[in-house]
Design a protein around this ligand. Structure first.
Ligand code: ZN
Length: 156
């Protein structure tokens, strides 16, 4: 396990320093804000959907290293995937960080994302790791072409 936690730290540091897909996506047709008040993590997720496919994805924002690294890895993982594939990964990722899915023993589609399973040992950071995935889920569920934070507060 020492090796895994070392890898976990290296990956988080690397993605935090050089986040992938960290930009405003000009071609986005969906935009979703995500906020984790427990830690102060904030991100804006951009999706360019082409039918049911995630043609491109990017994010901007600020937060702790785990939230940024997880968002970075999430964008890399879902780019080019279908909505259904991304929703499956969301569900598996969510179960993994809560400790309900062991990526080593249960079949899954997480690939390199399983490095983040280390976060389950730090319950306070689970929301940091899952913020970008919840934001993606909301963006995929969004009926509107563009989700604006200027809309009336609906309690979410
Ligand atoms: Zn955080």
């Amino acid at each position: 396990m020492a090796d895994l936690s070392e890898l976990y730290q290296q990956v988080i540091l690397d993605h935090n320093k050089k986040p992938r897909n960290f930009r405003v996506l000009e071609t986005a047709n969906r935009r979703q804000e995500g906020y984790n008040p427990l830690c102060g993590d904030q991100l804006t997720l951009y999706l360019e959907m082409e039918g049911e496919a995630i043609k491109d994805v990017a994010f901007q924002g600020q937060g702790c290293a785990i939230s940024k690294a997880s968002a970075s890895m999430m964008t890399a993982a879902v780019k080019g995937k279908s909505k259904a594939e991304a929703e499956t990964m969301f569900e598996e990722f969510h179960r993994m960080v809560k400790g309900e899915l062991d990526p080593e023993s249960e079949e899954n589609h997480l690939g390199r994302l399983k490095i983040l399973s280390g976060v389950r040992e730090f319950p306070a950071r689970v929301k940091c790791a899952s913020l970008s995935w919840h934001t993606l889920h909301a963006a995929l569920e969004g009926k509107d072409e563009s989700v604006s934070t200027e809309q009336p507060d609906d309690g979410t």
